[in-house]
Design a protein around this ligand. Structure first.
Ligand code: RIB
Ligand code: CA
Length: 320
C-alpha cells in the first residue's frame, strides 16, 4: 500500500520537485495539495503547483490556502525587498501554462479540517513544505485536529544557522506565529526536517545529468530546477569537485518511504521565537537533559545524500 499524504506547499522550485517525486513514486499517494503564501505570492504558488502537476500529468485536487501569514499582514520583510537583486526565486516556474484548475468550493484550511475529521483519512500524513499558515488556521478552526492528524512532517527551522537570517529558516520566519501554534498544538508525531538535514544532502550537477538521462518529465523537470538552484542559490556549494545545492522539500517525502534518509535526529521540546529582533522565526530546540517540557517533536539534523538520491531516482524511473 502506498503511503497516503496531503502536501501543504508554497511552490517554489523545491516544492515543485517534491510534487514531481510525489506524482511519480510508486510508494507515495498524494490525496490532495494545499497551497500557501511563501516563496511567491499565493496566486503564483497555486499556478506553479498546477503547472507542476500538469507537467507530470498528475491529477491531484489543489486547494488554495492563505494569502498572508496567520497573525501578520505580510512577511516580516516584504518579499520584493527580501528578494531584491536575486534571480533565485521567480514568480512563475518555467513550465507551460496550467490547464488544470484549483478547487473552488473550499479553502485549504477548510479542506484540512474536513479531511482529518473523516475517519477514512486516519492514515494520511500531513507534509508541510511551506509556511505553516494553513495548518495553524485549520487547528484554530478545529482544535480536535491535533488528535486527528496522525503524523506531521515539516520542512522548516534550523538548529544551527538559518537562511533568511542567522537564526531563522524561511518557512518559520515567514509565519512564526503559525509555526509556534502548530508546534504547541499537541500533534502526537511531529518530524521537523531542518536546514541542518537538507544542507547535509545537497544535489549536484552530476545528479542533474543522471536525471536528464532518465528523461521522464519528472526527471527532466527536476534537473532543470536543480540546475537553476545551483546557479542562483546562495547556499550552493562546491562539493567533491562539483557544484551542488540543497533541495529542501523533497527530503520530507524521501523520509516517508525511506526513513533511513534521516541519519541523525533528536527528540526534544521545540518552540519558535515570535518576538526577537534578531531571532524572529528561530526554531528553539531544547536539548537540555533537565528541560522541564516533554519532547514535542523529532528534529532531523542530518541526512544521507545517497538514500535521498536513490529515492528520487526510483521516483523518476517509475515514469511520468
Ligand atoms: O528554507 C527552505 C524552505 O523555504 C523550502 O521549503 C523552500 O521552498 C522555501 O519555502
Ligand atoms: Ca517550500
Amino acid at each position: 500500500m502506498p503511503t497516503r499524504f496531503i502536501l501543504d506547499c508554497d511552490t517554489g522550485s523545491d516544492d515543485a520537485i517534491a510534487i514531481f517525486a510525489a506524482a511519480a513514486h510508486p510508494e507515495l499517494e498524494a490525496i490532495a495539495i494545499t497551497t500557501v503564501n511563501g516563496n511567491v505570492a499565493l496566486e503564483h504558488v497555486t499556478d506553479n503547483t498546477l503547472r507542476a502537476l500538469d507537467h507530470v500529468g498528475a491529477e491531484v485536487p489543489v486547494y488554495r490556502g492563505a494569502a498572508r501569514p496567520f497573525a501578520r499582514p505580510d512577511l516580516p520583510i516584504p518579499r520584493d525587498v527580501l528578494n531584491e537583486g536575486s534571480d533565485f526565486q521567480s514568480a512563475r516556474l518555467d513550465f507551460p501554462d496550467a490547464v488544470s484548475t484549483a478547487e473552488t468550493e473550499r479553502s485549504a484550511a477548510a479542506f484540512l479540517v474536513d479531511a482529518y475529521m473523516d475517519d477514512a483519512n486516519a492514515d494520511v500524513t500531513l507534509v508541510a513544505t511551506g509556511p505553516l499558515t494553513n495548518v495553524a488556521l485549520a487547528l484554530a478552526a478545529e482544535p480536535r485536529l491535533a488528535e486527528r492528524i496522525p503524523r506531521l512532517v515539516i520542512m522548516g527551522g534550523a538548529h544551527a544557522n538559518g537562511n533568511v537570517t542567522a537564526a531563522a529558516e524561511f518557512n518559520f520566519w515567514v509565519d512564526p506565529e503559525a509555526a509556534e501554534a502548530v508546534l504547541a498544538a499537541g500533534i502526537r508525531d511531529v518530524v521537523i526536517v531542518t536546514l541542518d538535514a537538507t544542507h547535509s544532502a545537497p544535489l549536484s550537477l552530476a545528479d542533474c545529468d543522471e536525471f536528464d538521462e532518465i528523461g521522464t518529465p519528472a526527471a527532466a523537470g527536476a534537473a532543470k530546477l536543480i540546475r537553476h538552484r545551483i546557479r542562483h542559490d546562495q547556499a550552493a556549494v562546491e562539493g567533491e569537485g562539483e557544484a551542488a545545492s540543497p533541495v529542501h522539500d523533497p527530503l520530507c517525502l524521501a523520509y516517508l518511504v525511506r526513513p533511513e534518509a534521516i541519519t541523525e535526529q533528536v527528540k526534544a521540546f521545540v518552540s519558535v521565537e515570535t518576538t526577537g529582533g534578531r531571532t524572529l522565526g528561530e526554531l528553539v530546540v531544547d536539548t537540555r537533559p533537565w528541560c522541564p517540557e516533554p519532547p514535542n517533536a523529532t528534529v532531523a539534523l542530518r541526512a544521507s545524500a545517497a538514500v535521498y538520491r536513490d529515492f528520487l531516482r526510483t521516483a523518476f524511473l517509475a515514469g511520468r
